[in-house]
Structures are given as structure tokens and as C-alpha cells.
Design a protein around this ligand. Sequence first.
Ligand code: TPP
Ligand code: SF4
Length: 351
Amino acid sequence: MSYIKKPVVRHPSLKLNQLGLTVRDYEGAMSTLCAGCGHDSITAGIVRAFFELDTPPHMVAKLSGIGCSSKTPAYFLSGAHGFNSAHGRMAAIATGAAAANRKLSYIGVSGDGDSLSIGLGHMAHAIRRNVKMLYIIENNGVYGLTKGQFSASADMGSKSKRGEANAQAPIDPVMLALSLGATFVARSFSGDKTQLVPILKAALLHDGFALVDVISPCVTFNDHEGSTKSYMHTRKNQVPIVETDFIPPAAEITADYAEGTVARVRAHDGSVIRLRKVGADYDPSDRTRVVSFLRDSQASGEIVTGLLFIDSGGTEMHRNAKTVTTPLVDLPFEELCPGSAALEKLQTSYR
Ligand SMILES: Cc1ncc(C[n+]2csc(CCOP(=O)(O)OP(=O)(O)O)c2C)c(N)n1
Ligand code: SF4
């Protein structure tokens, strides 16, 4: 993978976070993506979210598959752990890593090609297991890296650069995640950092699997008239349905909203996610109604964005499997491998 080191430029007036780090400390290598690619804006949102959450970079593991989107973990958090896996295998690698060490914060970056075709089965099972991770799909409706073939998220009738119309029904990652029991489902747009950053922060602190589908236009292969994943089409049809407001633990809640228009969700670390419902009857905790609302909006051509669904009471993978709290790397050898007598006893208990 091409890699260009970014020159370190520090400005004395840059704001410090609680760890004494600047936003520069959360950046990575220089991006080699096309100028204007939506994926670079998402990278900038990720950098901002980790900086504002005061996350120590070495406590993060960033994972990806193959694609332009999957290259982006190289462009943020150079101090984090990272694994660029095979095409469509990010979810499986993340599940294994999270099982071995629950102390790290996991972020997986994928594309609609990587997640909705070759990697669909792995993503589905990570959702089902409720692996604690932020899973971002940088959704541009095409395979950018291999020169713009339609992906499984391309809308029916959406046109390719050459003018052919896509004839197959799309897979919508948001609907899919809701039907698989996902506990945090959001959609955003790479061109809307004001909405994206609080959603990423809330997703990183969610105690379970958090899917964030981000419409991220591919300026080289899918940003023309007739495309439904272009900047113009998304700007015209985006309908933010909930405004997400993220309040870290111990921060003062300064403004309030009218009774009935705000839903509050408390995360396990004491932070609060406040959802201001733009649509009066939208309830982000009612899965059935969210699904039916999204179906109706889709039929009318709207791209609904925001934190669309949250269930803070779901059982995360480790709690479900009753696994050890200590990361496997910190367990003494005798505990990891208690010997043949212990194995014999275990096998006897299964007979
Ligand atoms: C096993 C395997 N099959 C196919 C490919 C070819 N390939 C590379 S990236 C890619 C799809 C990329 O699309 P997407 O995940 O949407 O990312 P984007 O480049 O659009 O960000 C494909 C099919 C591959 N690298 N490995
Ligand atoms: S080909 Fe498309 S997805 Fe890939 S870097 Fe260029 S604009 Fe981005």
C-alpha cells in the first residue's frame, strides 16, 4: 500500500485535549486518495472524534479490508494498533481481536463493496454477536479501487459514469443491521461533519456493535448526474431526522429542548447521548417503527440521516459469552494453558 509520511507541523496555539495532545497527534500518513473523495472527510471526522474523546491513541485498534475506504486507517491515528486484512474479512478479524483484548477501542473501516458483497456474512455475524466496535461503511455505491463497477448498495436505476442503469435491487446496510438486531444504527454524509462527529463519538462509546453508514461520494467514478450517491443528489435529498448531541461524563448540560422532542440515552461511562427528534413522532428506540419509517422515506426518495436506532440495554459479546475480563496477553501461561489434567476434566464434563 502506498504510504507518504506527513510532515509534523505543530502550531503553538493548537488546542490541547485532557491528555495534553493536539489534533495532529490523532492524524496518520498523507492520503493518496483522489482529491475531493468523501472518504478523506470521514477520516477528518474520525480524527476529531478521537481527539475530543481524549482517547489515548495506543488504546485503539483500527481494522479494515480492501478498497479505497479500507486504505483510510493509514490516514488517522498513527499511534494506534492496526491490521489491514483481506477483502471482506475486517469484521472477522475485529471479532477475534475484541475477543482477545476487550480493553482496546475497536474501529473498523469498510466500503459498501467490502461489507455488502464478499464480507456480508462476516459483518452479519459481528452484528449478531454484538461485538463492541465502531463499524463504518464508507458508502459510495461503487467499487472505487477497481474502477467504478456498481456495488451491492447501488440504487436501482442509478447510472454509471458511462450511462448504464443499475438493474439490481440494493442492499441497504441500515435496514440489514436493524433486521439482524443491531443495537446502534446510524446514517450520515461525509459532507456533514457537524452531524458525523457526534455520531462517531456516541458510536465509539456504545457498549456493543455500532454501525455507521456514511454516504461518501466517489468523485472519480460516481459523482455525476444520474448517480444517487453523488454530492449533489445527497445534499438535495438528505433529511436529518434526529440531531445527535453528545455530552461527555461530568460535562454540564447547558441547553434543553422542549419536552417530548428529546430522547436521552446514558452510556456505561456516564456520558449522555441526547437525540433531538426533528420528526415529532420519531422514536429511535422502537425498532419496528424505525424500520417502517425508513421504508416509507426510502420509497419517497429521501435519504434519512442521524442516529436512527439505539438500544443501550443489549448484551455485548463478552457479557454474553462470560469471557475473562483480563486481556489474553496479560494472562500468565499457566492460566492460558492449565495442562492435560484440566483438559481431561473439561472433556469429562461434556460426556
Ligand atoms: C478476494 C478479492 N476479491 C476481489 C478483490 C478486488 N477488489 C479490491 S477492492 C474491491 C472493492 C472495493 O469496493 P469498496 O469496498 O466499496 O471500496 P471503495 O474502493 O469504493 O472505497 C474489489 C472487488 C480483492 N482485492 N480480493
Ligand atoms: S476512486 Fe473514488 S473512492 Fe477511490 S479514492 Fe478516488 S474518489 Fe475515492
